[in-house]
Structures are given as structure tokens and as C-alpha cells.
Design a protein around this ligand. Structure first.
Ligand SMILES: [Zn+2]
Ligand SMILES: [Zn+2]
Length: 526
């Protein structure tokens, strides 16, 4: 037995024999699926706990921690992965909003949690529960009672995981700017060493839509003959011999300097201050959009999201999270409930299982408390989907036009990070599954093939994901009318953190490389 395991096993009996711990777990576990974990492996699903003695029995069998669903069920034991969506909805009583804040660094999780709580308050949600995840993260909960029973004529309870996902995404977007600011401050104060960061990850957020702005190169050119100055964005290397734009001048422009600029195309905002430039010398701006506006707020800061986030992909059917006051196998600490005021000064030693006091995790929400939050999130999601349709999807449309035929695609054409993924994972298996499904779907592989390949892959994971989870994820993706592209390589949470990237990929997105190869292949064939 490893040291870690010994350490946890030593305290499990004593810890779970505390009747207050068990009482709070039984109370929280009501209407939930509750599954024990036997240090390494989870118990069979579905399962639930009803009586204090159930916990003692499971601990005697070797259970070290307990995990509960954010979905609330009428009869948790009637759940099974064969149920249709309709049958599952029938069983579902409701869902709590569970925001899973995760980072490799406790300090970053603490910052993000406080920002998320403030965002909740700003939307009228004054009651919430917060707890330490047991390792480096935090869990925030808002009770199902806070949501209206129906919204836009739809039953709220049936909208899992779509609505809680939208809320988590929306909240992350709301706090993104402040999060970057706070993370940048920390780095300013402590330096990067504290965080063992090898590469700086920065982003500039659009002040209008809060999405990361595109970075480009702004080139200032000067005509050696007439001395006219011209500014141009993103000159292609092959087009560097530009003629002077002045009438009757035969000069060839020379590059005077190059600098970075940021721009949000959708909102028409950039950080190029034309007035300042033309104030210094007479300048002409070529290839600029007429309506482009200047904003000094478009500046680079550390990307908070690359150090920690609330991963909305994990708001998934039958997702489980560590119960309040469960132990954590990795640390031997308890998942303790905190108040907002305690977060900033919280340290792991405050979660010493033998010293904790039991508190209520479930907030006392009133009906409709989260109505404004829900409506804002859904409105935001709708408009963001429209923007993505215009931008990201436009690019995707080009791929669609080529009518990808999965018969043309051999696995040897897959990009290196995907091949590496296919060898199986130990950490980040859920994110790995997300990449794999979206990748195969984007390339038009059949549902049957996706099912087969995802399961073969899962066999290679250590340990494999639960069959029910894999199944529900695949089903969800196959149901989506709009295809979801795999995350871009720049999304470190997916590729870098899972150790899939060895050298910088040549393309933005894994499917681009495959499509290039397919085109070449077809070209040669005909
Ligand atoms: Zn914008
Ligand atoms: Zn000239």
C-alpha cells in the first residue's frame, strides 16, 4: 500500500464514525445518486445512501470518499445508462447549479471563487454554498429551489445539462476580465516562479464582448521618395514590396517598424489609435475597416482561464462531485464548507478532518432568486452562438463545403496530439473524451464508429471512465444538430495540460491538418 493510501486509510474509520459527519452526508445525499470510492475505484452505479449505518457499512468495506450527483432524482436506484432522454427526465426531480472551480493552484481557485460569488450576488443570488474540494479547487452550489420551475415555457428540471452549462459559461465570461487582472497582479507581486509556469499565457479581451481579441502585426511603411507614411495590418511575407499609394509616386515602400495590435473584428474595436499615429506624422491607413473604433482597454494581461477555470464541459449527465465533508484520497483532507469571508485566508490545514466543525453546504435559496441569472445567461448564450455562427462557424462552413468523407480519412492522417490521445490517458480523461468525440464528429465519422472508437480508447485509459459516462457523452454529442469543433490547440486546458502537445502544431485546430491531408490525397488520386 502506498504512503498516501495508508495515510487516508488510517483516519477513515475514525473520521466517518463521527455522527455529525454522517448526518450531514445523509441529509445532503437525499434524492441524489451517491457513490462511494474505494481509494482507487468507484463503486457500482447507481447507488445511494439512506441511513447513517449505510456509510459505516461502506467504510468497513473500504470506502474512502463519497460522491454525489448535482441532479436530483425521484428514485436514484432506477437510473441506468439504457434509459432514453425522456425516461431520464421523468426520473429527474431537478438539478442544483454546481460550479466546479478547478486550478492546479489553490490561490488561483480562491480568486476565481470570490469573483464567481460576486457575480452571483450581482445577479441577485445572495445565498450560495461554498466548499473546499479537498485538493486545490472549490465547489459552489446554488439550490434548485432558486430557479423558476418553468422558464420560456420549458420545464427547468428537463434542461440539464444545457442550462447549468450555459450559466457556468456565462459566469466565467462575466468574471474573465477581473480574473485576468487579479492573476496579473499576483504575477506582478510574486513572479512566475511561485507558479512554475514555463510559458506566459496572455490575452487581450474585447471591452464590448469580453472575448479574446485577435492579435496581429501592424506595419508602418514609408516611401523613400515622397516620405508618405502608411500603416497596414498583417502584411503577408510575399507581399512585402508594396507600391506607394500616393498619386504619381513610383516609390516602393520600406518597412519602418512593426508592432503588435489587437482587434475584435465582430465588434469593430482595435487598440490602434489612428489619431495618435496621424498626429505624429501624416499617415494613410490601408486595409482598415471604416467603422473601426479605438479602445485603450484592449491590452494584454495574463489569461486567468489558463491557470484555472470552471470547466463547463464537466457539467454533464450524471456527473458526480465530492460530497461535502467527504475525505479526499490525494490529500487526506476533508471537503469543508466555507463562508465567502473565509476563502481568502483559507489554507489546507483548515480542512484537517479531525479538527473540523460541521456546517450546512446547501444554501437556503428562495424561489426565483436565480431567475435573473438564468435569463441573462440564456440571452448571452443565444447572442454568443450567433456570433460564433458568423465567425468560427463560417470557417467551419468552408470545411463543410468540401464535404468531408470519412472514408478518405485514415488514422495515420490524424495529428500527433490526437494519436497520442488515442494511446489512453491517466489524467483528464473526460476532457480527452470531449476532444475525441468532437474530433471524430467534425470529420463526419458515423455515430457507430464514434461509439466503437471511443470505447476502444477508453479501454486504454488508466482507469477507464465509467461506461455510463462515456455513453451519455456520446449520446449528447450525436444529438446536437450543430457540430461542435474540437477545441483549438491554443486551449491549454485541453492539449497542454493533458500532455498531448510535444511540439507546436502547425495548425490551429486538429481537424485542419486532417483536411489538408485529405485534399492532397484526393488531388493525387484524380
Ligand atoms: Zn468584441
Ligand atoms: Zn511615395
Amino acid at each position: 500500500m502506498e504512503e498516501k493510501e495508508k495515510k487516508v486509510r488510517k483516519i477513515t474509520h475514525l473520521y466517518y464514525s463521527n455522527p455529525k459527519v454522517r448526518e450531514s452526508m445523509i441529509k445532503f445525499g437525499k434524492h441524489r445518486e451517491v457513490v462511494p470510492r474505494y481509494f482507487e475505484n468507484f463503486g457500482k452505479r447507481p447507488d445511494m445512501i439512506q441511513y447513517s449505518s449505510d456509510i459505516i457499512g461502506l467504510v468497513k468495506k473500504g470506502a474512502t470518499s463519497f460522491h454525489a450527483s448535482e441532479e436530483l432524482w425521484n428514485e436514484p436506484l432506477n437510473l441506468n445508462s439504457e434509459l432514453s432522454q425522456e425516461e431520464t427526465n421523468k426520473l429527474r426531480k431537478g438539478w442544483d447549479l454546481l460550479i466546479d472551480i478547478d486550478s492546479k493552484y489553490l490561490d488561483i481557485s480562491k480568486i476565481l471563487t470570490i469573483l464567481v460569488l460576486e457575480a452571483l450576488e450581482e445577479h441577485g443570488v445572495k445565498n450560495y454554498g461554498v466548499k473546499f474540494s479537498g485538493k486545490k479547487g472549490m465547489h459552489v452550489i446554488v439550490s434548485s429551489k432558486a430557479f423558476p420551475e418553468e422558464f420560456n415555457g420549458v420545464k427547468t428540471k428537463d434542461m440539464f445539462p444545457e442550462w447549468p452549462r450555459a450559466i457556468c459559461e456565462y459566469l466565467m465570461q462575466q468574471v474573465r476580465r477581473d480574473f485576468n487582472k487579479r492573476v496579473s497582479e499576483i504575477f506582478g507581486n510574486f513572479g512566475m516562479e511561485k507558479f512554475e509556469i514555463k510559458k506566459e499565457i496572455r490575452e487581450a479581451l474585447c471591452p464590448n464582448c469580453n472575448r479574446p481579441a485577435k492579435k496581429g502585426i501592424l506595419t508602418t511603411l514609408r516611401c523613400p521618395l515622397c516620405k508618405a507614411s502608411i500603416q497596414r495590418k498583417d502584411i503577408k511575407a510575399t507581399k512585402k514590396r508594396l507600391r506607394c499609394t500616393q498619386e504619381n509616386c513610383a516609390g516602393i515602400l520600406e518597412i519602418e517598424n512593426e508592432g503588435e495590435y489587437f482587434e475584435c473584428k465582430e465588434c469593430g474595436i482595435s487598440n490602434i489609435n489612428k489619431q495618435e499615429v496621424s498626429g505624429r506624422y501624416a499617415a494613410t491607413f490601408t486595409n482598415f475597416a471604416r467603422e473601426e473604433r479605438y479602445s485603450s482597454e484592449l491590452k494584454e494581461e495574463y489569461s486567468g482561464a489558463s491557470f484555472g477555470s470552471s470547466d463547463f464541459v464537466l457539467v454533464a449527465p450524471r456527473h458526480l462531485f465530492r460530497m461535502p465533508y467527504s475525505l479526499h484520497e490525494g490529500t487526506g483532507l476533508a471537503s469543508v464548507v466555507l463562508t465567502k469571508e473565509e476563502i481568502e485566508s483559507f489554507e489546507p490545514k483548515h480542512a484537517d478532518p479531525l479538527k473540523i466543525k460541521i456546517r450546512e453546504f446547501m444554501p437556503n435559496n428562495f424561489e426565483g432568486e436565480a431567475r435573473r441569472l438564468l435569463s441573462s445567461a440564456l440571452e448571452w448564450k443565444k447572442s454568443r452562438d450567433e456570433i460564433e455562427k458568423k465567425t468560427g462557424e463560417k470557417k467551419y462552413k468552408d470545411y463543410e463545403k468540401t464535404e468531408i468523407n470519412s472514408d478518405d480519412i485514415k488514422e495515420e492522417m490524424f495529428p500527433a496530439p490526437i494519436k497520442k490521445l488515442l494511446n489512453g490517458l491517466e489524467d483528464g480523461r473526460k476532457r480527452g473524451l470531449f476532444i475525441l468525440i468532437t474530433f471524430l464528429r467534425a470529420l463526419n465519422f458515423s455515430g457507430e464508429y464514434v461509439n466503437k472508437r471511443a470505447r476502444e480508447w477508453n479501454e486504454k485509459n488508466k482507469p477507464p471512465l465509467k461506461e455510463g459516462y462515456v455513453k451519455s457523452q456520446i449520446e449528447w454529442h450525436l444529438k446536437q444538430r450543430k457540430k461542435i469543433l474540437p477545441p483549438n490547440y491554443s486551449n491549454d486546458g485541453f492539449y497542454r495540460d493533458l500532455g498531448l502537445i510535444e511540439k507546436k502544431p502547425d495548425t490551429k485546430n486538429p481537424i485542419v491538418e486532417v483536411l489538408r491531408k485529405v485534399r492532397k490525397f484526393n488531388y493525387r488520386r484524380f
